[in-house]
Design a protein around this ligand. Structure first.
Ligand SMILES: *Cc1c(COP(=O)(O)O)cnc(C)c1O
Length: 433
């Protein structure tokens, strides 16, 4: 499989797409052609590493990673991804829990897979000589997942940029508790400033080659692919149990997770509707309503990992669709306010006794607001993107009870933290690279 930029240009191997992150012309890499599959191709495969290996095989065909794929999936995708059914017919409600990895958010899936791929690429000398610098902007969860995935991994340094004061205290701790080959920088600005700095660094040919810059942001095809694989896993599980396709509600910021679901459906998995839940940063909602793509500065919300005013992966969705009408066939989008997030956290706890993070709550809110016929005619899964304990300062006061952190998160929270603060300027970043 070869990869091309959303803006045209020559096709490259997946090693280049993974190590480069963004294409030289500023576009995002996508497969030259999407492969096809059917539920039967997975026969009786149950475990995520096996389903992922089968799903991803055509995407890696002909590359230096083809023979490593099984091992990468086995080592990187080694934590549970339960599909928990909460409500039965007509029209089931399930939660796809993606937060059982080391940093308790779905970002662990992509970050760990990417780290294992990069290590092979560097070791095989396919792309560049070590050390490479992985530069990553985070709205909260990516940075922790990437730091955890690359920590002490040979041949790589990691530089994490996060928006000062815009991430939860526990997220910040996860971003800054590493040291060693991980440098954490707070940027005086918002997530879009961090993302802009990363783009500016990559656009600077001198910086890019001097530090052998690589990206681990959700624009990296090496993160999106394993995310598409968990939609394969979840939809197959549901299909086998019920003979029905599954519709997904995906809490959305930069549109990596939601777009991965679109890929899984295009490849042939039994996926029905895809509904994007946004917070007050409703750039995608407005685009679907008006046909005008108007990126804007982000506003802070309770679902801070979704505070994105210029969702990068829209460029991939646009490249997949002839026009905005075609795009409206792929996804719909619903905005959720902070007040609705708060009341949903409380209501859902009362209903099922389960605490959900603000992002997941946005997804659940969209589910509760679906038209009756939509809710009863289809089977739905709300994607749970992070563990509620990562957002304890929001969730616990609302519920009036403590939310127990998972053991791995507890361990990270006991480590000492360190970070430096920089202004949102390329010179300041360059001085720290
Ligand atoms: C990153 C993140 C999101 C948004 O995902 P995108 O792929 O950026 O759309 C939602 N919820 C949580 C908890 C996240 O960490």
């Amino acid at each position: 499989m070869r990869y091309v930029s959303t803006r045209g240009g020559p096709a490259v191997g997946i090693e280049t797409a993974i190590m480069g992150g963004t294409a030289a012309d500023g576009g995002l890499y996508v497969p030259e052609v999407l492969p096809g599959c059917a539920p039967g191709d997975f026969s009786t495969l149950e475990a995520f590493p096996e389903v992922a290996t089968t799903f991803l095989k055509p995407f890696f065909a002909g590359s230096s990673l083809a023979n490593r794929l099984e091992e990468v999936c086995r080592l990187a995708l080694n934590f549970p991804l339960p599909l928990r059914q909460l409500e039965a017919s007509p029209g089931t409600l399930s939660i796809l829990e993606l937060f059982h990895g080391p940093t308790a958010a779905f970002k662990d899936v992509g970050a760990r897979f990417l780290a294992h791929c990069m290590e092979h690429i560097i070791r095989d000398g396919v792309f560049a000589t070590a050390p490479v610098t992985v530069l990553v902007a985070t709205s909260g969860d990516t940075g922790g997942a990437v730091a955890a995935a690359y920590y002490r991994r040979p041949g790589t340094r990691v530089v994490v940029l996060f928006p000062e004061g815009r991430v939860s205290p526990r997220q910040q701790h996860q971003l800054t508790c590493w040291g060693g080959n991980v440098v954490s920088l707070a940027v005086r600005g918002e997530f879009d400033d961090c993302q802009h700095l990363v783009k500016a660094a990559f656009a600077d040919a001198g910086l890019r080659s001097r530090h052998r810059l690589c990206s681990a942001n959700s624009i990296n095809v090496g993160r999106l692919l394993p995310q598409a694989a968990y939609y394969a896993l979840a939809s197959l599980r549901h299909w086998r149990a019920s003979g029905r396709p599954l519709s997904f509600i995906v809490p959305t910021g930069n549109l990596g997770n939601g777009f991965a679901c679109v890929w899984a459906r295009r490849v042939g998995l039994p996926i029905d509707r895809i509904v994007l839940a946004t917070n007050a940063n409703a750039t995608i909602v407005d685009y679907l309503a008006t046909g005008q793509w108007l990126p804007r500065a982000s506003v802070p919300t309770l679902a801070s990992a979704m505070d994105v005013g210029n969702p990068s992966n829209m460029e991939r969705l646009q490249a997949l669709c002839a026009d905005v009408d075609a795009l409206r066939q792929e996804v719909s989008a619903v905005p959720v306010s902070d007040a609705e997030i708060r009341s949903t956290i409380v209501d859902e706890f009362r209903r099922h006794g389960l605490p959900w993070c603000p992002h997941t709550a946005a997804g659940l809110r969209v589910y509760r607001e679906l038209p009756e016929v939509e809710r009863t005619r289809r089977d739905w899964a709300v994607v749970a993107t992070a563990h509620a304990a990562k957002f304890d300062t929001i969730v616990e006061p609302l519920l009036g009870t403590a939310v127990e952190p998972p053991a791995e998160l507890m361990e990270l929270l006991t480590r000492p933290a360190h970070f430096d603060t920089i202004p949102p300027e390329l010179d300041a970043l360059a001085a720290r690279l």
